[in-house]
Design a binder for this molecule. Structure first.
Ligand SMILES: Nc1nc2c(ncn2[C@@H]2O[C@H](COP(=O)(O)OP(=O)(O)OP(=O)(O)O)[C@@H](O)[C@H]2O)c(=O)[nH]1
Length: 460
C-alpha cells in the first residue's frame, strides 16, 4: 500500500468504524452473515456472471469451484474480525485480493457490481430479520454496508497501486524491448527472416512437401515477432502490417506456391510475390527499429537478461495470449546448485563470471520468442512460449544437460563445472500467473531436495 494509507492507519479507521456500533448490532450482522453467507455468495457471482465481460475471468473451472467457497469465507471474515490484530489481518487479506484481481485484470467495476448486489441482498436479510426493531435494523444496515464498502475500498486501492506499477513497467518494458541490444537485435531478426526465406527456397528446390516447410509464423522470426516484437512496438501501424503480411504468406502465398510447382511461369510469379512480401516485412521491421530511440532500461546489469520488474507485464500478456489462442507456455525456475560454494572457493568475481556465462548459455539454448529473466542472485526464470508439456520437459532436460556439460571459466582458477536444479510448470489455463510461478518454485524445491542437478515437473 502507498505511504498515505498504511495498514496501521486503515486498521485504526476500521476499528473506529466498528466501535460506533453496539455489541447487539455486531451480533445481529454476524449472525445473519453466518446464516446467509452461502446465498449471499451465490448472489454475488450470479450477478457478476450476468455481465459478459465477467465470464472471461470466471470461466475457468478452478476459479468457479474455489470462488464460491472463498466468497463465503470472505463474508464471514469481514464481519467476524474484532480486535486490532484480526482487523489488520482482514485488511491484509483485502490487499491480497485486490492484487490478485489486478494480476488477472478483473475490471474494478465488475467487483463493485457484485458488491452492490451483495449489499442489496444483505439489506433484504436484515429487513426480514424477525424480532428486530426498526432502529436495530437501520444500525445493522449501516454496519453491513459500511463494512463491505471498507473492504472494497482497501481492495480497490491495492488494485490500482498494482495496476499503476504494472503500467509503468509496461512502458518500461516497451522501452527495454526496443533497446535490447537494438543494433544486434535488428540484425539478428533480419537474418532469421532471411534464413527462413532461404530454407523455404531450398525446401522448394529439393521438392519438400507441405508439411516439411515451416510457416513464417512458426519460424524463429515469426515467434520472436508475435511474442516480443509486436508487444515492444505496440500501437504502431507497422505491427499489424507485419502480422497481416505473415498471415497472408502462410495462408495464401505458401499454398499457392506449392500448387504452382508444375507450371513454371506461375511458379516464378508466385515466388516473386512471396519475395516481395518478405521484403515488405523486412522494410516494416527496419522502420520499427528506426522509429525508436536507443534507450536503455530495465536490464539486469550483470547478465543483461530481463529483471524481475517485467515479470507481471510479460506473464499477464502471455496468459491472455494463451487463453485467447488455446496455447500453452512453460515456466522453468532455474537455480544454480551450491552457488555459495563457488563464491567461497573461487571468489565473488568468479561467481559473477559464472552467472554471465550461464546467461549466455541460456540465451543460446532458448528460442527467439522465449523470455529469460534473472530473478536475483543465482535464480533464473525461463518462459518457453507456445510449447506442450512433453516438449517443455524435453527442453528443460536438454538445458540442464547443456549446463552440466559446459566448462565454466573461473578466472585465474581455471575452469569449473556447474549444475542447476530446474522446476517446470505448464500453463493450466488459470488466469492468475502467480499460481504457475508458485508451482514452478515448488517443483524447483523438489528438484533441490531430490539431490540437485535435475528437473522436477509440477504434477509429475
Ligand atoms: N557472485 C555472486 N554471488 C551472488 C550474487 N547474488 C547472490 N549471490 C550469492 O549466491 C549465494 C546463494 O547461496 P544459497 O542461497 O545458499 O544457495 P546455494 O549455495 O546455491 O545452494 P542451493 O541453492 O541450495 O543449491 C549466496 O552466497 C549469495 O551471496 C551475485 O550477483 N554474484
Amino acid at each position: 500500500m502507498p505511504e498515505h494509507t498504511p495498514i496501521a492507519e486503515l486498521t485504526t479507521e476500521w476499528k473506529e468504524y466498528f466501535s460506533g456500533f453496539s455489541a447487539g448490532t455486531h451480533d445481529l450482522v454476524r449472525e445473519l452473515a453466518g446464516r446467509h453467507c452461502e446465498a449471499l455468495a451465490t448472489v454475488f457471482y450470479e450477478k457478476m456472471l450476468e455481465n459478459a465481460t465477467a465470464q472471461a475471468f470466471l470461466s475457468h473451472d478452478q476459479v468457479r469451484e474455489r470462488l464460491h467457497a472463498s466468497m463465503q469465507q470472505w463474508i464471514l471474515a469481514i464481519f467476524n474480525c474484532q480486535g486490532e490484530k484480526e482487523i489488520g489481518e482482514a485488511i491484509t487479506h483485502q490487499v491480497t485480493i485486490g492484487q490478485v484481481h489486478a494480476r488477472i485484470s478483473v475490471p474494478v467495476h465488475l467487483v463493485l457490481r457484485g458488491s452492490r448486489h451483495l449489499k442489496d441482498a444483505f439489506i433484504s436479510h436484515i429487513g426480514a430479520s424477525p424480532r428486530t426493531t426498526p432502529e436495530e435494523k437501520s444500525a445493522a444496515i449501516r454496519l453491513a454496508v459500511g463494512t463491505i464498502d471498507l473492504a472494497m475500498e482497501v481492495m480497490s486501492h491495492a488494485y490500482s497501486t498494482f495496476h499503476d506499477r504494472n503500467s509503468k513497467a509496461k512502458e518500461g518494458y516497451r522501452l527495454f524491448s526496443l533497446t535490447q541490444n537494438i543494433a544486434s537485435e535488428r540484425e539478428r531478426q533480419r537474418s532469421s527472416l532471411l534464413d527462413w526465406e532461404n530454407q523455404l527456397m531450398f525446401g522448394h528446390a529439393v521438392g519438400l512437401g507441405e508439411h516439411q516447410i515451416t510457416d513464417i509464423r512458426a519460424s524463429e522470426f515469426g515467434l520472436w515477432f508475435s511474442h516480443k516484437g509486436a508487444h515492444a512496438f505496440e500501437g504502431t501501424s507497422e505491427v499489424n502490417t507485419i502480422l497481416d503480411t505473415m498471415d497472408r504468406i502462410d495462408t495464401a502465398l505458401l499454398p499457392a506456391l506449392l500448387a504452382a510447382r508444375d507450371d513454371r511461369d506461375t511458379y516464378i510469379a508466385r515466388l516473386r510475390e512471396l519475395r516481395d512480401q518478405v521484403r515488405a516485412v523486412t522494410y516494416h521491421l527496419d522502420r520499427l527499429f528506426e522509429q525508436n530511440n536507443e534507450l536503455e532500461s530495465g536490464r539486469d546489469v550483470l547478465t543483461r537478461l530481463l529483471n524481475r520488474k517485467f515479470l507481471p507485464v510479460v506473464l499477464t500478456r502471455q496468459v491472455a495470449h494463451c487463453n485467447r489462442h488455446g496455447q500453452q507456455f512453460a515456466l522453468l525456475a532455474i537455480d544454480v546448485d551450491h552457488f555459495k560454494q563457488i563464491n567461497d572457493t573461487h571468489g565473488h568475481e568468479a561467481g559473477d563470471a559464472v552467472l554471465q556465462q550461464l546467461a549466455v548459455l541460456l540465451i543460446n539454448q532458448c528460442r527467439g520468442g522465449d523470455y529469460l529473466f534473472r530473478l536475483g542472485g543465482e535464480e533464473f526464470l525461463v518462459l518457453m512460449v507456445d510449447i506442450d508439456g512433453k516438449s517443455a520437459a524435453h527442453r528443460a532436460e536438454e538445458l540442464r544437460e547443456a549446463i552440466a556439460r559446459e566448462s565454466f571459466s573461473a578466472g585465474t582458477d581455471g575452469h569449473l563445472r556447474v549444475t542447476v536444479s530446474i522446476g517446470l510448470a505448464l500453463f493450466d489455463g488459470h488466469p492468475d500467473y502467480q499460481r504457475q510461478l508458485s508451482r514452478a518454485d515448488d517443483a524447483l524445491y523438489r528438484a533441490k531436495n531430490g539431490g540437485r542437478n535435475q528437473v522436477a515437473i509440477d504434477g509429475g
